[in-house]
Ligand binder design. Structure first.
Ligand code: BGC
Length: 367
C-alpha cells in the first residue's frame, strides 16, 4: 500500500484523516491489475513556467518524471515544455500537447488568468488538467501546491524574529513576486498579516516576472529613496530575488547586511544563509508536491477519481472546490541547514560547503 506520497503530504493527509483506500488503489493499479481505461502507457504533458528559478528543472521535473515512471512501471511517458516566463509561449505549448494527444496535463502557469483558455481547450479535447504549484484558472481537475499563505507567514515571522526589539527602528523594504502568479499574492498576504503594525514598510514592490535583475533594480531605487542606513530588513519573496537584493545592498556599500528573507532553499540561497548574508529561506519539500501531481495525473488519465489522494478542496476565481493536495513548508535558517536540506538528501554537505563556504560551514558544525 505504498501511495508514493512523501512524508509531508502523508502527514498532512493523515492528520486530516483522509488517506483513504482510493490512494492505495491508484498506486496498486501499477502492481498487477490493469489500471483503468489506459493501464500504464500514459502520456503526460508537463509544463513548467520558467528556468531562472532553480527548483523547476533541478527538482520538480525530475521528481515528477521519476514518480510517473514508478506508478506506470516505466511505461508512462512525460512530454516536457518550459515557457521561460512567457505566457503566450505557454499557451502554444498547451496547444501543441493537445495536438500531440497527451492523456493528461500538469501545468504550472506563467500567468494564472492567461492560461484559462488553454485549460478550456484541453478540457474540450477530453484531457484532464492538474494545476501544479500555481492555481491556474479555467476548468482544472486537481491542484497541488504548498500552503502559500503560510509560506508568507513563515517569512514574515522569521523577519520579525531577526529584527527583535529593533523592528520599528527603521524601514523595511518588501519585494513581492509577480502579479501574474496567484502564489505571489498569497505570500504577500501572509507576510503582511504578520508584519503590519510591527514594522515600517518604507518601499514595497511587485516584481515583474519574478526576475532577480528587477529585484536588484527596485532595491537600488529603495536604497536611494530611503538611505542605506535606514533599511533594517528586506522581505524578499524568493531566493532568486534575494540574490539580486543582496547584490544591490553590497553595491550601495552596505557592509553590515540587514536580514533578507527568501524561499525555495536554492543552493545559492542556502550558501548565502550559511555565510550569514541571507537570513532565511523557506524549505518546501518538493517530493510530496511532485508525487501528488504525478499520482493525480495518472489517476485522472485512467478515468479514476482523486478523492483518496487529496487533503482539501480549494476554490479558484473560476472553479469551485478543486480537489487539492497542499503541503506545508518550513523556515530554513543557519540553525537548521542540516536537519532540513541535508538530512532530506536535497544537497550534500560537499555541495554546500565549497571552498568559499568551508569556514562558515565549520562555524555551524556542518561537515
Ligand atoms: C513558486 C516559488 C518560485 C516562484 C518563482 C512561485 O509560484 O511557488 O517556489 O520561487 O514562483 O518562480
Amino acid at each position: 500500500m505504498n501511495t508514493h506520497l512523501g512524508r509531508a503530504a502523508v502527514a498532512v493527509a493523515a492528520s486530516a484523516g483522509i488517506l483513504s483506500l482510493a490512494a492505495c488503489g491508484a498506486a496498486d493499479e501499477g502492481d498487477g491489475r490493469p489500471g483503468g481505461a489506459r493501464g500504464e502507457a500514459i502520456k503526460v504533458g508537463l509544463l513548467l513556467p520558467e528556468n531562472q528559478t532553480a527548483r523547476y528543472e533541478k527538482f520538480d521535473k525530475p521528481l515528477i518524471e521519476k514518480e510517473i515512471a514508478a506508478i506506470t512501471r516505466g511505461k508512462g511517458e512525460v512530454v516536457y515544455a518550459n515557457a521561460k516566463q512567457d505566457a503566450t509561449t505557454q499557451n502554444s505549448q498547451v496547444e501543441a500537447m493537445i495536438a500531440n494527444k497527451v492523456h493528461v496535463l500538469i501545468i504550472d502557469a506563467v500567468d494564472a488568468k492567461a492560461i484559462a483558455g488553454a485549460v478550456r481547450k484541453a478540457k474540450d479535447a477530453g484531457i484532464p488538467v492538474v494545476a501544479y504549484d500555481r492555481l491556474a484558472e479555467g476548468p482544472i481537475d486537481a491542484y497541488t501546491s504548498f500552503d502559500n499563505e503560510d509560506v508568507g507567514k513563515v517569512q514574515g515571522k522569521a523577519l520579525l524574529e531577526a529584527l527583535g526589539d529593533k523592528a520599528k527602528d527603521g524601514q523595511i523594504v518588501m519585494m513581492n513576486g509577480s502579479v501574474t502568479d496567484p502564489n505571489a499574492k498569497l505570500f504577500k498576504a501572509g507576510a503582511h498579516f504578520l508584519l503590519d503594525g510591527k514594522v515600517n514598510v518604507g518601499k514595497e514592490y511587485d516584481t515583474v516576472d519574478w526576475k532577480p535583475e528587477n529585484a536588484h533594480t527596485n532595491m537600488a531605487a529603495a536604497l536611494t529613496a530611503l538611505g542605506k542606513n535606514k533599511i533594517i530588513g528586506v522581505y524578499s519573496a524568493n531566493d532568486g530575488m534575494a540574490g539580486g537584493i543582496i547584490t544591490a545592498l553590497k553595491a550601495a556599500g552596505v557592509s553590515n547586511l540587514p536580514p533578507v528573507t527568501g524561499q525555495d532553499a536554492e543552493l545559492a540561497g542556502v550558501q548565502r544563509i550559511v555565510a550569514g548574508e541571507q537570513y532565511m529561506s523557506v524549505y518546501k519539500p518538493y517530493a510530496p508536491e511532485a508525487e501528488a501531481a504525478a499520482e493525480m495525473a495518472v489517476a485522472l488519465a485512467r478515468g479514476e477519481k482523486v478523492s483518496g489522494i487529496i487533503n482539501q478542496m480549494v476554490d479558484s476565481p473560476t472553479t469551485k472546490a478543486v480537489p487539492s493536495v497542499l503541503v506545508p513548508g518550513v523556515a530554513l535558517t543557519r540553525s537548521n541547514v542540516k536537519s532540513t536540506v541535508v538530512d532530506d538528501g536535497i544537497y550534500t554537505v560537499e555541495e554546500i560547503c565549497t571552498d568559499k563556504y568551508r569556514a562558515a560551514c565549520e562555524e555551524i558544525g556542518l561537515k
